[in-house]
Design a protein around this ligand. Structure first.
Ligand SMILES: NC(=O)c1ccc[n+]([C@@H]2O[C@H](COP(=O)([O-])OP(=O)(O)OC[C@H]3O[C@@H](n4cnc5c(N)ncnc54)[C@H](OP(=O)(O)O)[C@@H]3O)[C@@H](O)[C@H]2O)c1
Length: 248
């Protein structure tokens, strides 16, 4: 059994808790500052000797949570988004502390495989100039950040795979896009499940590739897999690096 501490007991924390037993894991501790029945701060005592802490909290809380976990030399999986602009700083701290640290904006196995298809599709369409490229991500009205962390990861893959696009534009465009610009729009509303769609558009036809989340279980299964994988490791890994290592 892998012993887990859940940091953030919202939609994701609760889903992971429900599924933990089915993945040979046990939740030994929960930390959430806004729920009085649980510990409010990350301390050695509150971690209850967990093998791995899993953070699905709030974009604004992520850096402070991660620094505390690293100081406590706690192996950690972090699914919280909105902090990856400080990834290199956190990576250095985690490496210095010699802990196992795994991060990702999207722990869905399906999304990970979709990313591979996207890379191939961009390479295939790249030689056919009639086909322009743009993308749209949609999420429920509760989501705190925009664009989604997954959209940022997809955009980086697309720019790396395309010979024609050099720049992603996230904001609304009040002019024509430049040929080397790739427009990635975000919409927030209602209960929309996380949806990422890439469009290849020509004067004569459109090809759409979509990944649509049906349930948070897809992320929870990935997070539980990541926790078991990182429990006895040192080093910093992305979720996609873990999948790559498992496939090899
Ligand atoms: N990597 C992935 O696969 C993946 C998948 C889904 C979601 N996410 C990301 O994971 C994060 C959480 O998503 P969610 O849907 O579970 O959100 P949520 O339902 O809002 O849950 C977050 C929970 O963390 C609590 N919290 C706030 N500050 C905290 C702190 N300092 N320490 C511990 N807990 C704290 C929140 O309390 P309050 O509500 O009172 O603020 C809430 O109970 C978001 O960044 C989301 O984008 C990632």
């Amino acid at each position: 059994m892998t012993k887990l501490c859940l940091i953030g007991y919202g939609k994701m924390g609760r889903t992971i808790h429900q599924l933990a037993k089915s993945k040979a894991s046990e939740v030994v501790s929960i930390i959430d500052p806004n729920l009085p029945e649980y510990a409010s701060r990350i301390t050695k005592e509150a971690l209850q000797n967990a093998d791995v802490a899993i953070d699905f909290s709030h974009p604004a809380a992520a850096i402070s949570n991660l620094k505390t976990l690293i100081e406590l030399k706690q192996n950690t999986v972090v699914g919280t988004t909105g902090w990856h602009d400080r990834l290199s700083e956190i990576t250095t701290l985690a490496q210095q502390a010699r802990i196992g640290f795994l991060y990702g904006a999207n722990f869905s196995i399906g999304m990970n495989l979709f990313s591979r298809l996207i890379t191939n599709a961009v390479e295939v369409f790249d030689s056919f100039e009639d086909y322009d490229l743009y993308a749209l991500e949609k999420h429920h009205a509760q989501k705190q950040d925009s664009p989604s962390g997954t959209a940022i990861e997809l955009a980086n893959l697309i720019l790396a795979a395309s010979g024609r696009k050099n720049k992603v534009v996230w904001d609304k465009l009040e002019r024509r896009p430049e040929p080397d610009e790739f427009h990635f729009a975000s919409v927030r509303g209602g209960s929309v499940p996380g949806t990422h769609t890439l469009y290849f558009d020509s004067p004569a036809d459109t090809i759409e590739l979509s990944h649509i989340v049906r349930s948070r279980a897809t992320f929870a299964h990935g997070a539980l897999m990541a926790a078991r994988w990182i429990a006895d490791k040192q080093g910093v890994y992305s979720f996609s690096q873990m999948i790559q290592e498992i496939l090899c």
